[in-house]
Design a protein around this ligand. Structure first.
Ligand SMILES: *Cc1c(COP(=O)(O)O)cnc(C)c1O
Length: 490
């Protein structure tokens, strides 16, 4: 227990102070406040010096693992590249100080940015038009499904109440479909991890609104039968929804629009530079093919005869309004800066680099870890635990041991298709040296599991908190170090 791990209140000494407030230049004194509005006593804040506060919070921040402290190969929900320049631009007062109710005439540049970003996303994905209004990936899914429903209803096609979702899909897909009032029908994967077209065929009829797919799928595999799937689903009058949360492996290689998808969403907070640790903020823009443009949500940006941009709230066909204003502007700004910074040429390199990094790790470790699907992967792949299962060392143990070596754990026990899933995604921005040191550590852990399994089973040994009882941690959360010591967890 280090001194600065104590609660900030315990560092407090009466009368100690680490701040001065700037003079505010107001004439009024507190005495002029109406009776009853002033404080009776000073707030019970800790009284500490500036260095004490800085050290306390710096030490706390270092107890956590982040993308700024080391390699973070978390498959499926990966934080990709978060350049510092995007943060700097997003925090500029000219942007951060905007008010959503400002008249359109005072924010012409912002509206232009919104328009240009949606055009860039259309070019990258092969869709006709994008709305940037949704606040997250799942929110984009809901928006996309509402667009699909509006399309069917506008054509008098009322019976399409079922949506097909592969068993390998991200959990938000069936959840969004349920929120949209659709009945979820699961389609199975084959042993090679791809959607089973033969299982799909009998599910298709006039009650199907469409199919939600991720390609490459959650196993990191490219759905080779996508053209046939697209023609089967379109053949029964359904639409194809593309979950593009992790678009990085496709960047510059193929476009969902060209594969036959009608609607898609992107996660700007995964693929286009906004950090998403801690649950937000995000943006889940939705792109549609030309025949679905009328159903995009309002408000939309329109130009008058003089080229002045404004907001249009009025569209009979729109699927509705899904956000109070025009989305999370700070996130849109980061994506815009990111795309301009990379430029057309370098945006194209992200996909191939992401794929190269993932395959390099996969091939370097396949003798030590079980590889249930060994074909070329895209941006991520899945091991099914250690190759040598004799020691009883599990995926959880491997993940915990990685922390001792300064790496964040990959995604574990997802997807559910295997019992010991370890899902690894390196992302396109990691150096070969970083990948090599991760490979070396993974090999070392495999060797330790054979020679000293107890060492791996009891990891982590070097983190501020040791192995937790995860069930108890959820049921009886220990929120201060005092309880932690009282519980004598370790
Ligand atoms: C992260 C993710 C989502 C959901 O995005 P949120 O912004 O967390 O709602 C959907 N699909 C896939 C494949 C994802 O990785």
């Amino acid at each position: 227990m280090k001194y600065y791990d104590k609660l900030i209140f315990e560092l407090s000494k009466e009368g100690r102070k680490g701040y001065t407030l700037p003079a505010n230049g107001w004439e009024t004194s507190l005495d002029e406040l109406p009776e009853g509005l002033g404080r009776k006593a000073a707030p019970a804040l800790p009284q500490v010096s500036e260095p004490d506060v800085v050290r306390h919070y710096t030490n706390l921040s270092q107890m956590n693992f982040g993308v700024d402290s080391g390699f973070y190969p978390l498959g499926s929900c990966t934080m990709k590249y978060n350049p510092r320049i995007s943060e700097e631009i997003a925090s500029m007062q000219d942007f951060a100080g905007l008010h959503p109710l400002q008249p359109a005439s005072s924010v012409q540049g912002v509206l232009r940015l919104y328009k240009e970003l949606s055009e860039a996303l259309s070019a990258i994905t092969g869709m006709a038009e994008f709305t940037l209004n949704p606040f997250a990936g799942a929110h984009g899914e809901l928006t996309g499904l509402m667009i699909m429903r509006s399309y069917h209803i506008a054509r008098g096609d009322y019976g399409r109440t079922r949506i097909i979702v592969p068993d390998s899909a991200h959990g938000t897909n069936p959840a969004s479909a349920a929120v949209c009032g659709l009945e979820v029908v699961q389609v199975k994967s084959r042993a090679d991890g791809l959607v089973d077209v033969e299982d799909l065929r009998p599910l298709l009829d006039e009650t199907v609104a469409g199919i939600m797919m991720t390609n490459p799928n959650t196993l990191g595999l490219f759905e080779k039968d996508i053209k046939e799937i697209a023609s089967l689903v379109h053949g029964c009058g359904g639409l194809l929804y593309y979950d593009g949360a992790n678009m990085n492996p496709l960047l510059g290689v193929v476009r969902p629009g060209d594969m036959g998808f009608d609607v898609m969403h992107l996660n700007l907070h995964k693929t286009f530079s906004t950090p998403h640790g801690g649950g937000g903020p995000g943006a889940g823009p939705v792109g549609v093919a030309a025949h679905l443009v009328p159903y995009l949500p309002v408000p939309r940006i329109v130009a008058d005869e003089d080229g002045q941009l404004g907001l249009d709230d009025d569209s009979a066909d729109a699927c509705g309004r899904i956000s109070g204003f025009m989305g999370n502007f700070g996130v849109l700004l980061r994506a815009y800066a990111y795309i301009l910074m990379l430029g057309r040429q370098n945006v194209r390199m992200a996909g191939p680099l992401a794929v190269l990094g993932a395959n390099y790790i996969k091939e370097s470790l396949r003798d030590c870890y079980r590889l249930p699907i060994s074909s070329v992967c895209k941006h991520e792949f899945v091991f099914d635990g250690l190759a040598d299962q004799e020691s009883g060392v599990t995926t959880l143990d491997v993940a915990k041991r990685l922390l001792d070596y300064g790496f964040h754990a990959p995604t574990i026990y997802f997807p559910l298709l295997f019992h010991q899933s370890i899902m690894i995604e390196p992302t396109e921005t990691e150096s070969k040296e970083t990948l090599d040191s991760f490979i070396e550590v993974m090999r070392k852990i495999a060797a330790e599991s054979a020679s000293e399994p107890e060492l791996v089973k009891s990891a982590p040994h070097s983190s501020p908190v040791g192995r937790l009882d995860e069930v108890r941690a959820a049921r009886q959360p220990v929120l201060t170090y005092r309880d932690y010591i009282d519980c004598s967890v370790k």
